[in-house]
Design a protein around this ligand. Structure first.
Ligand code: ATP
Length: 421
């Protein structure tokens, strides 16, 4: 029996009008294709908790790719299908909606080891999830807007509890250890008593060592992306979880201080350069630096892409470069090709005021300097395009960065004096 709750989610009020309209279209597609569609996961949880929703995940009882195709045709979105996973994403004006085919196979490992009688694909799909608070669904079918709660997710949200769905959950997927503490800290929830006990048992069994490095890093990087990164890492420390990965892995106060310094500097940088950057790369680099004498963090947690390793190495290079006093123009040309993440991490790990001042000056002012003189100006002055152009422009730009001239006329006069006489 499907457990639906007549909770008035006030979907129309709570959802952005655009998303609400997508949901009504999804509902029409479901009717047309004779499939069932449900909004699931974090989105429903966040809606109930009255916090802004991020991702939109739809589970389809039926073929999700066929469903997403029809939906994308109606809304004029871009379809990306992943045949091997029976999932698809539709991108509409930068908004992404993920469609997944409800997973049906499922064995109850705790009881008999025999397959459960299928109640509904949705229920089986939700049973595979990590915590009860993530198992809520909203029907987008005839009973549009009805909340489906098979596993007591609403009660756990009310009770502020993180609870797993079955006793083998942490054994089945040890990365849930990180997820449990991440959600607990993020929402200010507690682990359920049984959940906490089972988590500790699983850790004692060494389950974390059975996880592939990529998965471990992916889950750990979700921790590093959270606003409450420090609080979550402290929780992970409290449960001595890192020691199951390496006996010397424990984050000390000094390291937390560096992360906090990085966090504060991130705020300033977001203000001066409102560009997207990978916050997890900054904290990962700081952590890696803290542990460099004991072990290589990459070997322990794994890594998913080379960009993060590059950021770490740039962070080190920046600190080495700025260990000597440099001219402003040298700082400009050195930092220009470096990732902002590396600059922030370099700021965080440095104890030198000079390094910090140089980085602030680059991020706040230097990086925005635009050359006063261009190749066109040189042509106007009578130069014939040739290799000398680069030399003159560079020379001129360097002087400009050093503050030797502030107006274009001064720069042109300099060129005339030096190169035309
Ligand atoms: P957040 O808002 O922090 O991103 P989320 O719930 O959307 O939270 P995701 O990591 O994006 O978190 O996962 C999406 C959904 O996929 C979750 O709600 C959960 O149901 C499911 N999920 C993710 N990872 C696991 C896992 N390791 N085991 C079981 N279910 C998982």
């Amino acid at each position: 029996m499907r457990k639906t709750l007549k909770v008035d989610l006030k979907l129309k009020n709570k959802l952005d009008e655009k998303i609400y309209n997508f949901f009504t279209i999804i509902s029409e597609v479901a009717l047309k294709l004779k499939m069932k569609a449900y909004a699931v996961g974090g989105m429903v949880r966040d809606l109930i908790m009255d916090i802004p929703i991020k991702d939109i995940d739809i589970v389809i009882e039926g073929n999700a790719i066929e469903f997403a195709k029809e939906f994308s045709t109606i809304v004029g979105g871009k379809l990306i299908a992943h045949n091997e996973f029976k999932t698809a994403s539709v991108i509409i004006n930068g908004e992404k909606i993920d469609f997944a085919t409800a997973r049906q196979e499922y064995y109850d490992e705790i009881s008999s080891g025999l397959p459960h009688v299928e109640e509904s694909s949705l229920k089986l799909d939700l049973y595979r999830r990590d915590f009860t608070i993530n198992t809520l669904a909203i029907s987008l079918n005839e009973n549009f807007g009805e909340l489906i709660d098979y596993f007591g997710g609403v009660k756990d949200i009310k009770d502020k509890k993180i609870r797993i769905l079955h006793n083998l959950s942490f054994i089945e997927d040890p990365t849930r250890v990180f997820r449990a503490l991440r959600f607990a800290e993020k929402f200010n929830f507690l682990l359920g008593q049984q959940t906490e006990k089972l988590m500790k048992n699983a850790l004692e069994l060494g389950v974390l060592n059975t996880v592939s490095k990529n998965r471990l890093f992916l889950e750990f990087s979700l921790v590093l992306k959270e606003e409450k990164v420090v609080e979550i890492l402290k929780k992970i420390n409290d449960y001595k979880i890192f020691k199951y990965l390496h006996k010397e892995f424990y984050i000390d106060e000094n390291c937390f201080n560096l992360i906090n310094t990085g966090k504060d500097f991130v705020k300033m940088c977001t203000f001066f350069c409102p560009i997207e950057f990978r916050i997890e790369a900054i904290y990962f680099s700081i952590l890696k630096f803290c542990f460099r004498k004991k072990f290589n963090l990459t070997n322990i947690l794994g890594i998913v892409d080379s960009k993060i390793e590059k950021i770490y190495s740039q962070m080190i290079q920046i600190n080495v470069f700025l260990s000597k006093r440099r001219k402003k123009s040298e700082i400009y040309f050195f930092l220009k090709p470096m990732a902002l993440e590396a600059q922030i991490a370099a700021f965080a790990i440095s104890k030198s005021n000079y390094v910090k001042e140089a980085l602030i000056s680059y991020i706040r002012d230097l990086q925005f300097i635009k050359p006063l003189v261009s190749g066109k100006d040189l042509i106007t002055l009578g130069f014939k395009p040739s290799a000398i152009f680069g030399k003159i422009l560079n020379d001129c730009f360097e002087k400009q960065i050093e503050g030797e001239f502030t107006s274009k006329q001064e720069a042109i006069d300099y060129i005339k004096n030096k190169y035309l006489n």
